[in-house]
Design a protein around this ligand. Structure first.
Ligand code: GRF
Length: 184
């Protein structure tokens, strides 16, 4: 049985999609760097153990990542899914979980790495906007891509396209994670 941790910072719709699927049995921990994030409410309702922290309470990234790492070890976490976690992980966690950390990013990587990817692709007049699942390395959205799909813009408003991208995210993330869990 693979034990999974999900890292998120905000709304948590991807977290929700994962725990609403048969992957729920694997999800043993939510890690969140924002104590006010809505994703924590979701974890409470679903009775999923969470660790919420404020990075400002620590002297450095290494200090709070040491605490995260001890939680991961304590709960025997084998696999990490980043789902809207708005921080780069340091080598402390990346090295321990080589090829066992994945992230979801709303673009067809390697295009539009970083924040506001959907808006930037839309403003650039792209005909399609992607979603990618990739392994995590030291960079921002730079690791090897595992799966990628797109939605057509079709003259829709940014709002409508964004909603469709999020729907695709939930489907693609659950499908890809199921595949990865099966392979492990
Ligand atoms: C998603 O668009 C994800 O691709 C990006 O951050 C957003 C998180 O959304 N990395 P949510 O918190 O899962 O609703």
């Amino acid at each position: 049985m693979i034990n999974m941790a999900i890292f998120a910072s905000g709304n948590g719709s991807n977290f929700q999609a994962i725990v609403d699927s048969e992957l729920k049995q694997h999800v043993k921990l939510l890690v969140c760097d924002n104590k006010d994030a809505y994703v924590i409410e979701r974890a409470k309702q679903l009775e999923i153990v969470y660790f919420a922290f404020n990075p400002k309470d620590y002297d450095s990234k290494i200090e709070y990542e040491k605490v995260i790492l001890s939680k991961l070890r304590e709960l025997k976490i084998d696999f990490i899914a980043l789902a809207g976690y708005m921080r780069l992980l340091s080598e402390l966690i990346v090295d321990e979980y080589q090829k066992r950390i994945v992230n979801i990013h709303p673009s067809k990587l390697p295009d539009y790495k970083g924040i506001n990817a959907i808006e930037r692709a839309y403003e650039a007049g792209e005909a399609e906007i992607g979603v990618s699942i990739h392994y995590v390395d030291y960079g921002m959205d730079t690791g090897e891509v595992i799966a990628s799909e797109t939605v057509q813009v079709n003259n829709d408003s940014l709002d409508k396209v964004t909603k469709r991208v999020h729907i695709l995210e939930h489907i693609l993330y659950v499908r890809t994670l199921k595949q990865l869990v099966k392979e492990k």
